[in-house]
Unconditional design. Structure first.
Length: 120
């Protein structure tokens, strides 16, 4: 067994730990999706950011991109086996986020009122 390299671990966490990557992985958990389906399901993401995120996840082996030879041609994205394990690992974090969203918004409002500071 080799010693862990904190820099390499940090690099991987930076790639797969951003919100767009996690949301795309979650949206692919039910099976292959086309770009427009992912765009619709990933609220707030721009077309450019979705493209960048998909390319990064494909490069890292988290998803595959398949060009279907039909008329007109279309492209679909699907989690790889490694991507499915990422989904399993991050599901509790996404569920926690959903469960605590109201409490976080309340805490932010209380903090902002107390400090007279605008939201970040």
């Amino acid at each position: 067994m080799t010693a862990e390299n904190p820099c390499r671990t940090s690099d991987v966490l930076g790639i797969v730990g951003d919100k767009w990557s996690l949301l795309v992985v979650r949206n692919l958990s039910q099976g292959p999706r086309r770009f427009t389906e992912l765009k619709r399901a990933t609220t707030g993401i721009s077309q450019r950011m979705l493209t960048v995120t998909l390319r990064s996840l494909e490069r890292d082996g988290i998803l595959t991109r398949t060009v279907h030879n039909v008329m007109p041609p279309h492209v679909s994205y699907e989690l790889t086996p490694m991507g499915a394990t990422l989904r399993e690992a991050t599901a509790p974090l996404l569920e926690w986020s959903t469960r605590h969203l109201d409490a976080i918004e309340t805490a932010r409002a209380t903090y902002d009122e107390r400090t007279d500071s605008p939201s970040l």
